[in-house]
Design a binder for this molecule. Structure first.
Ligand code: SF4
Length: 393
């Protein structure tokens, strides 16, 4: 038999998969390999883990597991729908099939804990100037080439330094620090769904709000469960081009759009963030289509944030986004009818602030993440009385 190189083997394996290879997959500690033949419509891509798989302190049987055959399981948390044999680890690296049981390895295993102003999420229309206890565990179901938090998102839970922080301890910490909310953020909380859900349920009982900062790449059943405890969200709309979604992020556009529709239907406050990456997300026509879709399907009231890109991770040779492009995109969005359009990562830009869509006056002036003035009273413009969409108080 003719020998094949590692590269040829990987390419051949990738071609046998129902979907395209997730960018960045080769950075995993294990070897990627083809899944067993998946049921129609399932595009699972899995990784043979080289580290010993065993339940440990932070393991818990995973929710939304679908038995497939004998010891093979499908994880139903996100649209990757990973089909996992015993010993296999999902694309997110934090869910493992151990001898026929799917485990999350991130439960109570927080690798990042901070108190942030809620504006940092960014959430500009949710209880301004309040504190959000922000937590993350390791793992992500995307492979963004520009990831800011790759040190925790693109690694296994065993490979990061962590705080042992079970749900009741997270809630107690939020109360002690006088945080109004808990934000599930920095990495992708979908991949540590059970940890987020148990924390969120306990937070609810103590009147602490739950904020989900996400790529929105989640299946309908877990999303519906999550919506029961959610008070606000910021969901990325990385681009409006499915090919770019695959290339830049390792995901698909359609499931993310469905997430927005569900959040809107369930009347959950959410804001949308698009990072404007030169060469990937810089087409004015695409932005116009995106904004039209937002207005047509979600209405004009969900705030949209365009963020400036700075060289990061695998895109460290790209230039920062020109400020003129962000200004242009903001204008396009407003012309399409979106009422609150922000520009982030550009200090001093008028898009840092909130302007009343009724009278045009300055409502909230921001200096970084901090408020210089706030002219919203009881959720209305103090000058003309127009109701401002959001969660105030
Ligand atoms: S959450 Fe992880 S294991 Fe589950 S389907 Fe998504 S990537 Fe795969």
């Amino acid at each position: 038999m003719k020998p094949v190189s590692r590269r040829q083997f990987i390419q051949k394996s990738a071609l046998t998969l129902a979907g395209s290879l997730v960018p960045g997959a080769l950075a995993l500690a294990g070897t990627d390999h083809a899944s067993p033949s998946a049921p129609a419509g399932i595009t699972g891509r899995i990784f043979k883990n080289t580290a010993p798989n065993r339940p440990w302190k932070w393991s818990r049987p995973a929710d939304h597991t679908v038995p497939y055959s004998d010891k093979t399981l499908m994880c139903g948390i996100c649209p990757h729908n990973c089909l996992l044999n015993s010993g296999d680890r999902g694309i997110c690296r934090s869910r493992v099939n151990i001898d026929g049981t799917l485990y999350t390895l991130a439960y109570g295993n927080a690798c990042s804990v901070n108190i942030d102003p809620v504006e940092k999420k960014p959430l500009f229309h949710f209880k301004p100037a309040t504190r959000a206890l922000s937590i993350a565990a390791a793992g992500c179901n995307f492979r963004c080439l520009n990831c800011q938090n790759w040190q925790i998102s693109q690694v296994m839970p065993e490979d990061v330094r962590f705080h042992t922080l079970f749900p009741e301890q997270v809630v107690a910490a939020a109360m002690e620090k006088k945080a109004v909310s808990i934000a599930y953020t920095y990495s992708e909380a979908i991949t540590w769904f059970e940890y987020m859900m148990d924390t969120a349920r306990q937070a609810k009982e103590k009147n602490i709000a739950n904020l989900w900062i996400s790529n929105g790449y989640i299946n309908p059943a877990p999303l519906s469960e999550l919506c029961e405890v959610l008070d606000g969200a910021n969901v990325n709309l990385k681009t409006f081009d499915d090919a770019v979604y695959q290339k830049l992020n390792g995901g698909r556009l359609a499931p993310v759009l469905n997430t927005f529709k569900t959040l809107h239907k369930k009347n959950i406050h959410f804001e949308i963030t698009t990072l404007v990456v030169p060469g990937y997300v810089d087409d004015a026509k695409m932005i116009q289509q995106m904004c039209k879709w937002i207005v047509d399907h979600l209405g004009p009231d969900h705030p949209l944030h365009f963020l400036r890109f700075f060289p990061q991770y695998k895109l460290d040779r790209l230039p920062p986004t020109p400020v003129s492009l962000l200004t242009q995109f903001r204008q396009i969005a407003m012309d399409c009818g979106i009422r609150y359009v922000y520009v982030g990562n550009v200090p001093g830009h008028e898009g840092n602030h909130t302007w009343c869509h009724g009278c045009g006056k300055l409502l909230v002036e921001r200096n970084g993440y901090f408020l210089a003035q706030n002219n919203i009273t009881d959720g209305c413009c103090k000058f003309c009385g127009t109701r401002i969409p959001g969660v105030w108080g």
